[in-house]
Design a protein around this ligand. Structure first.
Ligand code: HEM
Length: 206
């Protein structure tokens, strides 16, 4: 789970950086050029395939782990909330993961599918006008709400996932573990915040 999780952490970092071009006030030309480059470069396409496989593997491993944990504890805790010393996010990784999986299905159907199999018009540079699709999607308040709620789930999921990924790899050091936890905390707030600001910004920009 940790190795696939770390790859996905790298993926969301690249994704949030590239998508920040949505904040550029150029009618989406830079964002469309970036998307075209990402979907035509063979090396990026290979990484992209690995990414799909790792998302699936991450989900399958999560299901296996949840079933194992359930069968390891057939009885509930004697005291309600007996595992309270663990964080809320760590106790709810499964439900947070399910919210993110539903989000991902909506997200890929809305953007990825249209980019690859839809009939998008072209912008003034001759690139597929993915920006127009994104702007149209975020003109609906409920679509924006789905994204914002999902990004809150992503924040909690990353908050626990970031430090626990390094811990599972055996990196448990008096000096470095607090640094990893600190970086994880900033990362898990900053990345979902920037992602959430994209639909909010485009909704109000109109
Ligand atoms: C507001 C935030 C986001 C925007 C505007 C956005 C936009 C996009 C767009 C336009 C695509 C299609 C690009 C293409 O296929 O060439 C895409 C693909 C994708 N997005 Fe997002 N995204 C956002 C957040 C996220 C988040 C939070 C995740 C994961 C947790 C995510 C995961 C993916 C994945 C896995 C793909 C497919 C990538 C590939 O084909 O290699 N996205 N996104």
């Amino acid at each position: 789970m940790s190795v696939t999780g770390i790859f996905l952490i790298v993926f969301v970092t690249v994704h949030v950086s590239g998508n920040s071009l949505l904040f550029k006030d150029d009618g989406g030309l830079a964002f469309n050029a970036y998307s075209q480059l990402m979907s035509s470069n063979p090396l990026i396409q290979l990484v992209s395939k690995v990414n799909y496989a790792l998302i699936l593997l991450h989900v399958v491993l999560a299901i296996v782990l949840t079933i194992k944990n359930r069968s390891a504890r057939t009885q509930g805790y004697a005291i309600p909330g007996g595992n309270i010393s663990s964080s809320w996010a760590s106790r709810n990784m499964t439900i947070l993961g399910i919210v993110l999986l539903v989000f991902l299905l909506i997200h890929l159907r809305g953007f990825w599918y249209e980019m690859h199999f839809g009939s998008l018009s072209l912008d003034s540079n001759g690139n597929k006008d993915l920006y127009a699709l994104v702007v149209a999607a975020y003109s609906r308040w409920w679509y924006v709400a789905i994204y914002v709620i999902s990004m809150v789930s992503l924040a909690f999921h990353l908050n626990h996932g970031f430090s626990s990924a390094f811990q599972s790899l055996g990196i448990n050091h008096t000096k470095y573990t607090p640094i990893i936890e600190g970086v994880g905390r900033i990362f898990s707030i900053l990345v979902p915040l920037i992602f959430a600001l994209m639909p909010i910004y485009l909704f109000f920009k109109g």
